[in-house]
Design a protein around this ligand. Structure first.
Ligand code: GYE
Length: 328
């Protein structure tokens, strides 16, 4: 399984050249590939809520520019209605392909059926949709968020293996209803259930933002005097929590341990400084693989339905080592 995933991540996306793949309105298999400088792709981004998202946007824009493919880009400011509007406008403009990162999991069937009716293939990047009908998208490229939650849980399990008393954990959740918020909570809960001393005493959304993480942490510190560990679904909320913890006169990383997901530069710096204790990597660099998917489809090839990003984890020492070369 690991090997398969590795291959997919390495860019081995073509599984056949059957000539049956869906091309865009501009052509594709039947009429032969559309020249790359005539291809148009519409990308409906979630927003600019985090360091991860900014890196993801930059990478996608740079990858399309490098490939010489026109990319229409929209920022939905974390609102599903804006994303739906953007997708409808791409359909109206008759783009060849639509790619998007769904802000929440549910509520996409109507607009995705409109894209299907218009013959425009859709690629999901980063986040999944929760739909019964998987013919509504060609491929889903992104991380395994349950696995990320499990990795975070495993660190906590090991860290407190010898604990004889209750360990009070608070969770800063991502955007309510978003795949990474649902799955990172699920994977984490599953693993920490192995030790009954580990207990999530409070869990609330900070919407994947630094300000949200800070605000929720301030409130949690007031109502829970004895917090041992913060599990934040992304670095930005963890960084916000650090500010709240310091403002309360406590030392982040020591008085209260912090585990996060993403491994963007600011998060890695906080880990190197000992303010965060462990980070599970989630790579935002999906641009090149997205270009590969689209050029493969354009050439009449087919792509894997699910392409999982390869990722690692970082301790403080590993962060110190990785920081100088970190691109984002
Ligand atoms: O972890 C978070 C961002 O969907 C994986 O969204 C992405 C998440 C990422 O806002 O920082």
């Amino acid at each position: 399984m690991k090997k398969l995933i590795g291959l997919a991540a390495a860019g081995a996306l073509i599984v056949g050249l059957a000539g049956c793949a869906s091309g865009g309105s501009g052509g594709g298999a039947a009429e032969g590939p559309v020249p790359l400088d005539e291809l148009v792709v519409g990308f409906a981004q979630v927003g600019a809520e985090s360091g991860w998202r900014t890196a993801n946007t930059k990478d996608i824009q740079a990858s399309f520019e490098e490939a010489g493919i026109e990319l229409k880009f929209s920022d939905a400011q974390q609102k599903q209605e804006n994303q739906i509007k953007a997708i409808r406008s791409y359909i109206q403009q008759g783009v060849d392909y639509i790619a998007f990162s769904p802000v929440v999991e549910t509520g996409w069937d109507a607009v995705l059926n409109e894209a299907k009716a218009a013959g425009i293939p859709v690629v999901l990047t980063d986040r999944a949709v929760d739909s019964q009908d998987d013919s509504l998208y060609v491929s889903f490229l992104g991380s395994d968020f349950i696995e990320e939650g499990k990795k975070a849980g495993q660190w906590v399990l090991d860290e407190y293996a010898d604990a004889t008393e209750k360990v009070n954990i608070v969770q800063l959740e991502g955007t309510t209803g978003a795949a990474p918020a649902i799955d990172r909570a699920e994977g984490f809960a599953e693993v920490i259930a192995e030790n009954e001393n580990l207990e999530v005493i409070a869990s609330q959304t900070g919407d994947f933002t630094r300000a949200g993480g800070k605000q929720v942490m301030e409130a949690m510190l007031k109502s829970n005097p004895d917090i041992d560990l913060v599990y934040a679904h992304n670095d930005d909320m963890g960084l916000g929590a650090i500010e709240a913890i310091e403002a309360a006169g406590l030392v982040p990383g020591e008085d209260i341990k912090i585990v996060t997901v993403d491994a963007v530069k600011d998060g890695m710096q906080a880990l190197a400084d000992g303010k965060i204790n462990f980070i599970v990597e989630c790579s935002p660099l999906l641009g090149k693989q997205l270009v590969d998917i689209i050029t493969t489809l354009n050439e009449g090839g087919t792509v894997e339905k699910r392409i999982i990003t390869e990722e690692t984890t970082f301790t403080q020492e590993q962060a110190i080592e990785a920081l100088p070369d970190r691109q984002y």
